[in-house]
Write a protein that binds this ligand. Structure first.
Ligand code: TXA
Ligand code: MG
Length: 355
């Protein structure tokens, strides 16, 4: 862990301001830190090939140094500069999903410093589709190493305001591009082994990947909360996304009424004990909760309405000071796997099943 810096004068600019993007590009070329919007979450960028610059990212986030960074590029040619070998299936995925929310893991070339890959021989590469991210990579002429722009352990930022909360005073510039579209981090696929493996689920689902390249496996550590399984993406082992209050997921196949009744009884119990409570609810069920803080996350069957709001709502739980938080299971949609992966972490895998 590095000592945290907290005395920089962070400039906050608009993504529409061309002069500001030019200044951001200068900052990156000189080894500084710039937070910028992507289509998934806000990133905290530095020159990926400058290990002093990427070291500053770890310091600003308070991030453990064994947790590698994703390198953001704007042209597929960059992949051949950064990666030792580029398998056919990687090319097929790049063609199908870039620019977009997919990160590929490949064997790295020596020009990628250990400081960027946490000492691994592999490198994570992604081409974001957000216009501000694209412009920044192209105009700066650097490959941008960027983790999510949150303090380590907090939910990833989906608004510039979240970045300001976590990073003001610690980095050189924050580019405000408004709300991101997807709201959860990119799908990560490891292509260094025999069978491509999902290391982190995201907007690009296993099914979408299989339509392009056939069989894909999923890192077992993602689906089984077994502390003895070591996730292949080092970052997946850390507790993430968790609000300060205790989060519990209440689940019951398709029976919303049972979930609502159970959550209402838990709230009544905690309220009687003097605790502040909150509910994370889907839109249709929201009117049925007896709680002062019903936070509507999205529509049950439309995954992206939920992913886009989830992290903002987890942060809101802290703002209102909720001590006990009850969430519906948010798995009845096409992004259910990716959303539940984050929600289960926020809940420390605390799930109540009602039948
Ligand atoms: O959507 C995203 O991917 C966002 C935006 C900013 O692009 N970035 C992001 O970065 O989520 P970060 O650092 O918060 O998460 C990166 C994840 C971590 O779990 C890390 O361990 C894993 O990627 N990772 C990075 N390089 C890796 C590698 N060479 N092998 C395995 N996992 C890797
Ligand atoms: Mg992160």
């Amino acid at each position: 862990m590095y000592t945290q810096i907290n005395n920089l004068n962070t400039e906050i600019v608009s993504g529409d301001d061309a002069l500001a993007i030019a200044r951001a590009s200068d900052i990156l070329r000189q080894g500084g830190l710039v937070a910028f919007p992507t289509e998934t979450v806000y990133g905290l960028g530095a020159d990926a090939l400058n290990s002093d610059a990427s070291a500053k990212i770890y310091a600003a986030k308070g991030r453990p140094s064994d947790n590698p960074l994703i390198v953001h590029i704007a042209d597929t040619k960059a992949v051949y500069e950064l990666a030792e070998s580029v398998p056919e299936k990687a090319v097929m995925l790049m063609e199908a999903f870039w620019p977009g929310p997919l990160t590929v893991i490949l064997n790295k070339k020596n020009i990628v410093p250990d400081g960027t890959t946490g000492g691994l021989d592999t490198v994570a590469i992604r081409m974001p589709s957000h216009p501000v991210a694209m412009k920044l990579i192209k105009e700066s002429g650097v490959y941008i190493a960027a983790p999510s722009a949150n303090t380590s352990g907090r939910p990833s930022p989906t608004l510039a305001e979240h970045v300001i909360e976590d990073m003001n005073g610690r980095i050189d510039m924050i580019i405000d591009g408004g709300a991101v579209g997807i709201g959860i981090e990119s799908t990560i696929v490891d292509l260094t082994g025999e069978i491509p493996t999902i290391l982190r689920p995201g907007y690009i689902t296993g099914k979408m990947l299989e339509e392009i390249i056939g069989d894909v496996s999923i890192d077992r550590a993602i689906i089984e909360p077994d502390p003895n399984l070591r996730p292949k993406a080092p970052g997946m082992k850390y507790t993430h996304y968790a609000p300060k209050g205790e989060v519990t997921i209440v689940e019951s196949g398709q029976n919303d009424k049972k979930v609502i009744d159970k959550i209402n009884s838990l709230i009544a119990e905690k309220t009687a004990q003097g605790f502040k409570t909150a509910v994370i609810a889907t839109k249709n069920n929201a009117p049925y909760y007896n709680c002062d803080n019903v936070l509507i996350v999205g529509e049950a069957d439309k995954g992206v309405t939920i992913s886009a709001n989830l992290y903002a709502i987890l942060r809101k739980c802290d703002t209102i000071g909720a001590e006990y938080i009850y969430s519906e299971a948010l798995n009845q949609n096409e992004l259910g796997g990716a959303i539940m992966n984050r929600l289960l972490k926020a809940a420390g895998h605390r799930v109540i099943k009602v039948h």
